[in-house]
Write a protein that binds this ligand. Structure first.
Ligand SMILES: Nc1ncnc2c1ncn2[C@@H]1O[C@H](COP(=O)(O)OP(=O)(O)OP(=O)(O)O)[C@@H](O)[C@H]1O
Ligand SMILES: [Mg+2]
Length: 302
């Protein structure tokens, strides 16, 4: 319960909607594409190394450079996706104002809420846009790099060793090199989009191990026929919603006899809902005691 008290509804909403849908729909495909693209790249490389082992002199530094570029890119891209996730929560939180639509209309404040909503949409879209820009940055560098490597190796083959390789051989090596370049760029792109989507798994994973309240305290377990009378006694009951928050109920002592019908009256914010919440143990008391069926000595202790 303290989790629901302290977590804005939008944060939960965005994880069970957008993050879960990315995990369910996008991650499997991204995983499949990444796997097949990487497999194609490596098999290309193996074929190329078997046919013309010299190509390794060019492709090894290229792969190292590509991996370095990818790491550099991922450091920022992942962070941007994380920011995108948090701004999404703020946006989802704002949807809660729909439940107050009648009040908003009554005060003719639709325009303010509409503007606020647009601003939140903008805030949410900008990290996503920056992420796309970063992806473009990476692709541009990868393609420049592969074009440079390819033209350099063609240059070396044709000009520096005239007559060493047959034209057919040069053509074959060149086309293999071209396909290796393409598949390498493709595979790195796929890996990066998978890494961006995996952030959703990370975000949902945060909610996997929320500490839960102890369901049953064995030594306080009442008899199976409890409660027989339904008498409720509060003794110096103190409630606060969080450790460092001020007390909401400041030591209430009273007794409700079994079978009585009780009404609780108080101004707004005086703690009526808190009291009923405490009876159902939605909030744990900070002090004092609630005994149900006190006459029968079945105490429900804090
Ligand atoms: N989930 C919560 N987290 C922190 N404080 C809370 C929470 N719920 C209520 N409070 C605080 O506890 C106090 C009592 O609130 P409560 O909702 O119990 O009042 P209430 O008597 O039910 O009011 P109302 O008549 O408006 O329903 C208020 O000051 C409120 O701000
Ligand atoms: Mg209330």
């Amino acid at each position: 319960m303290s989790f629901f008290d302290s977590t804005p509804i939008g944060r939960i909403l965005s994880r069970v909607s957008s993050d879960l849908s990315i995990i369910d729909l996008d991650v499997p495909f991204a995983f499949m594409f990444t796997f097949s693209a990487s497999l194609t790249t490596y098999s290309n490389l193996v074929v190329l190394a078997v046919v013309t082992w010299q190509v390794l002199f060019v492709s090894s530094p290229m792969i190292v450079l590509a991996i370095r570029l990818q790491r550099y890119y991922l450091a920022s891209a992942k962070e941007l996706m994380r920011i995108n996730g948090t701004t999404m929560s703020a946006l989802a939180n704002h949807f809660e104002s729909i439940s107050g639509a009648i009040t908003i209309r009554a005060f003719e404040e639709q325009d303010r809420f509409f503007a606020q909503n647009l601003e939140l949409v903008d805030k949410n879209a900008s990290p996503y846009f920056y992420n796309s820009a970063a992806t473009e940055w990476l692709i541009r560098r990868l393609e420049t790099m592969s074009a440079a490597v390819l033209s350099f190796s063609a240059f070396v083959m044709v000009l520096l060793f005239p007559g060493t390789f047959s034209p057919g051989f040069v053509g074959m090596a060149f086309s293999y090199g071209l396909s290796l370049n393409n598949t390498l760029v493709n595979s790195i792109q796929r890996q990066c989009s998978l890494a961006n989507q995996i952030i959703s798994v990370e975000r949902v994973n945060h909610y996997m191990d929320i500490q839960s309240e102890p369901e049953v305290i064995e030594e306080n377990r009442p008899a199976p026929d409890w409660p027989q009378v339904g008498c409720v006694e509060l003794r110096d009951l103190k409630i606060r919603y969080r450790e460092d928050a001020p007390l909401v109920l400041h030591g209430i002592t009273c007794k409700f006899e079994g079978g009585d019908k009780i009404g609780i009256v108080g101004r707004t914010g005086s703690g009526k809902t808190t009291l009923i919440g405490a009876l159902f143990r939605l909030v744990e008391p900070a002090g004092g005691k609630i005994s149900i069926d006190c006459g029968h000595h079945y105490d429900r202790l804090t």
